[in-house]
Design a protein around this ligand. Structure first.
Ligand SMILES: [Zn+2]
Ligand SMILES: [Zn+2]
Length: 354
């Protein structure tokens, strides 16, 4: 199969992803093999490809917003996929799980949370997003910048039929983690919510906020992002250094910049919450506690996602007919897609269709 392979993390301008021919992976018990129909491009992929997240293996296929069709199930011969691994076929059947009943041909999503141990204190508390031994798709295991990918059967989500492949892909990370950010920020119906940065994640969050009758204040760099925010119904839109004209109940930051966190914090009412939707931040500058955090204001990070976040969000997205703005790239253009994300050169989300 064709895949975009990372061997040496480098700035994206040097085109670190090589398009190569690699063997189609073979599912082991508990795994499914999917034919990739679309794979969203996330800023985290950029952090992996450029090495801000340290490499875990000498070779990696990135990509963690996969919409795929199940073509193989571990321990079984399915459809056109003949599993060549005799040993795998002779192993006992995987543990019974409702999702292992997923049939060939089922369209599923695979997200950043590729698996958890299920046994650590966080998993036992129902906080699987904080698992001590997680698997991350496209980072600790190969992802979806390829024609085929493996996934744990109990970590894939059926895609509602109302969502097509191209438009469902960005929902799996950008959308789901944006949705989780709203939960972490504690957004209640009708509140004033600030979105600081307006890319793949926030242009989906705004639709959810509107469904909840919230007023949305958007601060973002880039004229085209401001136009997009206005066209999607933001109550107020301003430049990235501009403060919204009202005090906010909640704010979510999307840029990998600590300065933006301070802007968001300085826009909050007493008791308000900033949720940081970024896996990596340059640094947070020193700030005045008395002015900015006193008054029971809070700063919280948003770490990963749970399966419940993904299922709830996909359901909601289907109900409110959420359609992300997408720009399509071929697998050969994987480096260009990441460059576009880095340079904020496209509105909405980049999606690779192999
Ligand atoms: Zn992501
Ligand atoms: Zn765990």
């Amino acid at each position: 199969m064709k895949a975009a392979v990372l061997t040496s993390p480098q700035p994206i301008a040097t085109h670190p992803l090589q398009i190569e021919d690699v063997p189609i992976p073979v599912p082991t018990p508990g795994q499914v093999l999917v034919r990739v129909l679309a794979c969203g491009v996330c800023r985290t992929d950029l952090h992996i490809v450029e090495g801000e997240l340290p490499p875990l293996y000498p070779q990696l296929i990135p990509g963690h917003q996969i919409v795929g069709e199940i073509v193989g199930v571990g321990n079984a011969r399915v459809g056109r996929t003949l599993l060549s691994d005799q040993a795998a076929r002779n192993r006992p059947a995987p543990e019974a799980h409702p999702l292992t009943a997923l049939k060939p041909g089922t369209r599923v999503g695979v997200s950043w949370l590729g698996g958890t141990d299920g046994t650590c204190p966080y998993c036992r508390r129902g906080e699987e997003n904080l698992c001590d031994s997680p698997t991350f798709t496209g980072y600790s295991v190969n992802g979806g910048y390829a024609e085929y990918a493996l996934a744990r059967a109990d970590f894939v989500f059926p895609i509602p039929s109302a969502l097509d492949d191209l438009h469902a892909a960005p929902l799996l990370c950008a959308g789901t983690i944006g949705f989780r950010s709203l939960r972490v920020a504690g957004v209640k119906k009708g509140e004033r919510v600030g979105l600081f940065g307006f890319g793949a994640s926030s242009h989906l969050a705004i639709a959810v906020l509107q469904a909840w009758n919230c007023q949305v204040y958007v601060s973002t760099r880039g004229e085209s992002h401001r136009r997009l925010a206005a066209s999607l119904g933001a109550t107020w839109v301003g430049e990235d250094k501009k403060r919204p004209p009202v005090e906010l109940d909640r704010a979510i930051t999307f840029a990998p910049s600590g300065d933006v966190v301070i802007s968001a914090l300085s826009s909050l009412r007493k008791g308000g919450v900033v949720a940081i939707n970024a896996i990596h931040l340059d640094r947070i500058p020193e700030f005045d506690y008395d002015k900015l955090l006193w008054g029971e204001r809070q700063i919280r990070s948003v770490a990963n996602m749970t399966r419940a976040d993904a299922r709830d969000f996909l359901q909601l997205a289907s109900e409110i007919n959420l359609r992300p703005k997408v720009t399509r790239f071929s697998l050969d253009q994987a480096n260009q897609a990441l460059s576009a994300v880095k340079d904020d050169a496209i509105d909405g989300a980049a999606v690779i269709v192999p």
